[in-house]
Design a protein around this ligand. Structure first.
Ligand code: HEC
Ligand code: HEC
Ligand code: HEC
Length: 106
């Protein structure tokens, strides 16, 4: 199970969100080092899903949680992947939307 270790990273999220906001300029400088798009929209019949890269990364989630390496296209991205990885994390740590309309059409 790949994400059993994630909660530890994510539970520190609340404690690091504020510093990250205060020192947002450092975060933006770091983000400028790669071409990670801030927001991505995944079209879906059930309502488009808007995903904020920046929010997740600023919250302390590592690129490798979702990417094989540093970033870029994800092989096998689709309904199954998203529900397993995205929704799976939200459910596991009780943060982030796990209801359909929490992601779809938001
Ligand atoms: C919570 C999951 C998640 C995390 C964490 C994450 N990403 Fe992503 N990222 C995605 C998804 C999903 C896509 C869309 C991939 C696709 O379209 O195949 C994406 C796309 C990208 C793309 C653009 C691919 C393209 O050509 O449109 C880049 C670059 C990228 N990520 C870099 C990063 C970097 C660098 C980090 C860490 C600082 C990171 N990502 C962290 C989920 C994540
Ligand atoms: C954590 C966010 C999240 C939650 C919660 C979620 N989904 Fe999704 N779902 C996604 C993402 C992201 C995709 C799109 C992946 C892609 O781009 O292929 C998706 C894709 C889908 C698709 C395929 C749509 C298409 O046009 O091919 C369906 C159907 C779907 N979800 C239904 C549901 C239902 C029903 C629920 C509730 C039981 C649900 N989803 C909950 C994120 C979520
Ligand atoms: C490793 C854990 C983890 C993964 C993987 C993850 N998320 Fe999240 N997500 C979170 C956390 C934590 C929050 C913030 C909860 C809060 O602060 O209320 C969140 C919040 C969200 C929100 C609500 C944003 C808002 O503005 O309130 C959406 C939508 C979302 N995630 C979609 C996704 C999608 C789509 C993916 C997959 C591409 C994904 N998440 C992957 C942990 C994760």
């Amino acid at each position: 199970m790949q994400w059993t270790i994630f909660p530890y990273g994510v539970f520190s999220m609340r404690s690091i969100v504020l510093p990250v906001m205060l020192f947002g300029f450092i975060a933006s400088a770091a983000a400028a080092d790669n071409d990670m798009p801030d927001k991505l929209t995944f079209p879906a019949k059930t309502g488009n899903v808007v995903f904020s890269h920046k929010m997740h990364v600023d919250g302390g989630i590592k690129c490798k949680t979702c990417h094989d390496r540093k970033g870029g296209k994800i092989k096998g991205l689709g309904r199954e992947w998203a529900h397993k990885v995205c929704r799976g994390c939200h459910e596991a740590i009780l943060l982030g939307p796990d209801k359909c309309n929490g992601c779809h059409g938001s």
